[in-house]
Design a protein around this ligand. Structure first.
Ligand code: IPM
Ligand code: MG
Length: 352
C-alpha cells in the first residue's frame, strides 16, 4: 500500500529519535512491500527561528494531507516562558487543527526493563494500563489573560467533548479488561462534576460490558504507584492526563520507551513519544529512540491499518531489549550503553 507520513523532527532530541523512527519505517516498507512517502517538515522552536511561526502554513498543510504525522519533540530553554513566540502553542494548534481529541498513552512494563523502574518490582507484575487523555479541550484551550497583577486560565468542557472521548475509552476498554477509571477533581471543580455525570451516563447506556469507577486525581496519583495493576483504562481530562502520564511512565522504567497516539474521528492521527525535547542531552546521540519507534508502530496500526507491520515493530523492540540493547536511560548503572543510532540498529536487526 501507499501511505503518506508527515515527519516533524522538532527540537532538542526530536530529530535524533525521529531519524531512527524513519529508518524503521523505511525497513518495514521494504520488507512488507509498501511505499511510505515521508515528508520532513519544520515544526516547533526551529520553525520559529526560521519562519517566525512554530507551525508554518506549509507544515500544517503537509500534516493535513498526510495519513499520519510522526512527531519528535518540541521546546527548549531558548524559547522559555518569556520568549516572544513559544513552541508549545504550535503543538496545541496542530492537535486542534488535526482534530485529534483522544490521546492514547499505553503503559506496559516490558519484562527486561523491570529493573529500570524506580518502583519496586513486586508492584509491577501485571501492569498494563491505557491512558485516554482528552487532548483538545480544558484549561489548555481556555481563554488566558492578564488583568493587572492577576493571571487567569479558563477551564471549560462541553457535554459533547466529554461524550466523544468517553466513547473512545469505552470502545478500547471493551477490547481490554472492561474497566474504566475516570479521574477528576469533582470535589472542587465544576468541569469535573460534568465529566463524572456524562462519562457515567455514556458508559452505562452504550457499553454494557464495561464498568466505570470515578477517582479524585490526587488519590489516582497515589494509587498509580501503590496498586498500578488494578487500573485498566484511565479516562481523564487534558491537564490531569498530562501530569498522570508522566507519573505512569515511571512504571515502565523510562519516559524514553513510551509511545502515544492522538486520534480524532477519522483515521488520520498524530504520533509522538511521550518524552519531551530533553535539551540537556540533545545533540549528543544517546537519547532513547524506542518511544518514537513504537509511535511509528501505532501510526501503522491506527492510521494505515497495518496491524502485522505494527506488531513486527513492537516485537522487534521487545527482542532488542531482551537481547540486552540499552540506551543510557534504561541501562543498569555501570553497564554498557548504546547510542541512539546503535539502538536503532538493534531494533532493525531484530526486525530483519
Ligand atoms: C505532552 C507535553 C505537552 C502537553 C506540552 C509540550 C505542551 O507535555 O504531550 O504531554 O502538555 O500536552
Ligand atoms: Mg506532558
Amino acid at each position: 500500500m501507499k501511505g503518506r507520513i508527515a515527519v516533524l523532527g522538532g527540537d532538542g532530541i526530536g530529530p535524533e529519535v525521529i531519524a531512527e523512527g524513519v529508518r524503521v519505517l523505511a525497513a518495514v516498507a521494504s520488507r512488507f512491500g509498501h511505499i511510505f512517502e515521508m515528508e520532513a517538515l519544520p515544526f516547533g522552536g526551529v520553525a520559529i527561528d526560521t519562519f517566525g511561526d512554530g507551525l508554518p502554513e506549509h507544515t500544517l498543510k503537509g500534516c493535513l494531507a498526510a495519513d499520519g504525522v510522526l512527531l519528535g519533540a518540541i521546546g527548549g530553554p531558548q524559547w522559555g516562558p518569556d520568549a516572544p513566540v513559544r513552541p508549545e502553542p504550535a503543538l496545541l494548534r496542530l492537535r486542534a487543527e488535526l482534530g485529534v481529541y483522544a490521546n492514547l498513552r499505553p503503559i506496559a512494563v516490558q519484562e527486561p526493563l523491570r529493573d529500570a523502574s524506580p518502583i519496586k518490582p513486586e508492584y509491577l507484575d501485571g501492569v498494563d494500563l491505557l491512558f485516554v487523555r482528552e487532548l483538545t479541550g480544558g484549561i489548555y484551550f481556555g481563554r488566558k489573560w492578564r488583568d493587572g497583577d492577576r493571571a487567569v486560565d479558563e477551564c471549560a468542557y462541553s457535554v459533547s467533548e466529554i461524550e466523544r472521548i468517553t466513547r473512545v475509552a469505552g470502545k478500547l476498554a471493551a477490547l481490554r479488561r472492561g474497566k474504566i477509571t475516570q479521574v477528576d477533581k469533582s470535589n472542587v471543580l465544576e468541569t469535573s462534576r460534568l465529566w463524572r455525570t456524562v462519562s457515567e451516563r455514556v458508559i452505562r447506556a452504550e457499553f454494557p460490558g464495561v464498568s466505570i469507577e470515578h477517582m479524585f486525581v490526587d488519590a489516582a496519583a497515589m494509587h498509580l504507584i501503590r496498586r498500578p495493576r488494578d487500573f485498566d483504562v484511565i479516562l481523564t481530562e487534558n491537564l490531569f492526563g498530562d501530569i498522570l502520564t508522566d507519573e505512569g511512565a515511571m512504571l515502565a522504567g523510562s519516559l524514553g520507551v513510551l509511545p502515544s497516539a492522538a486520534l480524532g474521528d477519522g483515521r488520520r492521527g498524530l504520533y509522538e513519544p511521550i518524552h519531551g525535547s530533553a535539551p540537556d542531552i540533545a545533540g549528543r546521540g544517546f537519547a532513547n529512540p524506542c518511544g518514537t519507534i513504537l509511535s511509528a508502530a501505532l501510526l501503522l496500526r491506527h492510521s494505515l491499518g497495518l496491524e502485522s507491520e505494527a506488531r513486527a515493530i513492537e516485537a522487534a523492540v521487545a527482542t532488542a531489549l531482551s537481547r540486552g540493547a540499552r540506551t543510557a536511560d534504561i541501562a543498569a548503572s555501570g553497564s554498557a550503553t548504546l547510542s541512539t543510532q546503535r539502538m536503532g540498529d538493534a531494533v532493525l536487526a531484530a526486525l530483519a
